[in-house]
Write a protein that binds this ligand. Sequence first.
Ligand code: NAD
Length: 372
Amino acid sequence: MSFEIIERFGDHEEVVFCNNKDVGLKAIIAIHNTTLGPALGGTRMWNYKSDEEALVDVLRLSKGMTYKAAAAGLNLGGGKAVIFGDPKKDKTEAMFRAFGAFVNSLGGIYITAEDVGTTVKDMEYIFMETPYVTGIPKAFGGSGDPSPYTAHGVLMGIKAAVKEKFNSDSLKGVAVAVQGLGNVGSHLVDYLVAEKAVVSIADIDQAKVKAAQNKYDLKVESPDDIVTSECDIFAPCALGAVINDKTIGQLKCKAIAGGANNQLHEARHGKALAELGILYAPDYVINAGGLMNVFVELEGYSAERAIDKTTQVYDNLMEVFAIAKETGSTTEDSANELAERRIKNIGNLRRHHQGRMSRPFSTLKEMTNRQK
Ligand code: NAD
């Protein structure tokens, strides 16, 4: 059964089932592709209803990480882990340390991080057993909260969309509608205001709307209306599937460029956007700033270098837009094409120069040197 599911998702290099009854740990680590470097992806803790549900989730997410890292231009592969259980009730130090021991046994081909249901504290326990973990506290050489870096990458993505759509290098006077004022959205608003964009906002949490209004004079939309409001750029920074059958016919933006994951309900909505002439910045390309931030952590962290790294989102997106124009495909398909091209080209290079290239695993040396 498991093999059928693994094959359905294609071409994973390794899928590891972790079991430690003594501490109640049941987990799966999926390593999709390590052509470009060690597979990096967070550990999700979730009350999965079945083994199959967990396996499908980890296979899907790990493959997504391969594409995200490749399109971001990072020397990282794609992987992900899932732990079975209720994050509110079932966590223990022993469970996470046992999980850390499993990660360690893979010798650095998989590097973990926080994800839904796991926290910095959990990463700290994992770090007690293995150096192959990111998102640990700053005191241990970690990079802390990735959101400001994700937001800076999104700002760069909005600049790329404005360049592509309006042939302009400035955000001054550009109307940007930000949906969601959480970790990413609130930082994005700060950046946009500094660039003199005309920002409108919405959040279902009125306290967050008030906090933004206390800082700036911004137009507030209702959470229902922001998606279809009149603007140049719609920046989804809340939930997924915001571009769906219900919203697509009512959109009044010229481009969509925001930080949320899985913005398109289905792939066909990407095609529909292209037909409407609305430029779409593929979510996994524009929101890669957080991943770039942890990549910098692997090489010895510096906040300045992390911010600098996130400016690369601009070039990555311009390349995606260029492929879309050249091939006539959607920007989403073009992003996949960019990622696949890079994996193929670098893979070929490695075959040719095997043994003479120091990367991609040299970053692991830095990791193993971190203070314990
Ligand atoms: P968050 O939970 O801090 O913020 C989400 C905000 O959206 C909350 O303030 C919530 O009240 C609001 N919201 C929810 N439903 C809404 C609605 N219908 N209308 C308006 N607002 C609504 O999450 P975050 O960390 O800021 O992440 C935002 C998105 O970006 C998520 O999709 C996340 O997966 C993605 N993302 C985040 C990061 C990161 O570094 N945090 C990295 C990559 C992708």
